[in-house]
Write a protein that binds this ligand. Structure first.
Ligand SMILES: C[S@@+](CC[C@H](N)C(=O)[O-])C[C@H]1O[C@@H](n2cnc3c(N)ncnc32)[C@H](O)[C@@H]1O
Length: 159
């Protein structure tokens, strides 16, 4: 990982690596490292319902307003816990809300920035369909409630 950071980002000296199971990671541990609120948070670890839900909750507490949380494998039929967790998470809270599903990833931001990012996505990728209901690899159709999400790939959206 250090080698990849060095190669692609070239500022390893400013990188903090917490080499641990995310289930043991908490906001207090993050705070103890004096890290600022995250502008980007990628979730691509354990793909079970329990771990994904934990990681989403952690991300929700750790991102800055307007930060982006990227949930990988949202469309992976072998790991339905990811999509199930995303759906459950969306019914349990409204701090982090989804705005884009593309390339097997679901993108969230804080509620305060949802309209801004949705507008940006719609303007820059007019080929995407945007709506509140998605049909994807998940066996059931997924509703994002009041939140409109733009979709690409193997998903279709109802307006
Ligand atoms: C799908 S791979 C993705 C790895 C990396 N993000 C990439 O794209 O190359 C998932 C990795 O997360 C690790 N993992 C699984 N559960 C985890 C957890 N709760 N905390 C941290 N890592 C975990 C797995 O061992 C595996 O190496």
């Amino acid at each position: 990982m250090e080698a990849a950071l060095d190669k692609y980002l070239e500022y390893t000296a400013h990188t903090t690596i917490l080499d641990m199971n995310s289930m043991d990671l908490s906001t207090s541990i993050i705070a103890s490292h004096n890290l600022p609120a995250f502008r980007m948070f990628s979730i691509d670890g354990g793909h079970t319902l329990e771990i994904t839900l934990h990681d989403l909750n952690l991300a929700s507490c750790a991102v800055a307003p307007g930060g982006i949380v990227i949930l990988d494998d949202i469309n992976n039929s072998h790991w339905l816990g990811v999509a199930t967790a995303a759906q459950l998470f969306s019914t349990l809270q409204d701090n982090l809300v989804p705005f884009l599903q593309i390339a097997n990833k679901l993108y969230f931001t804080t509620q305060s920035h949802h309209a801004l990012y949705l507008d940006f996505v719609q303007t820059s990728m007019p080929e995407l369909k945007c709506g509140n209901l998605v049909t994807s690899m998940h066996p059931s159709r997924v509703s994002w409630g009041q939140w409109r999400v733009c979709h690409g790939d193997m998903t279709t959206a109802s307006q």
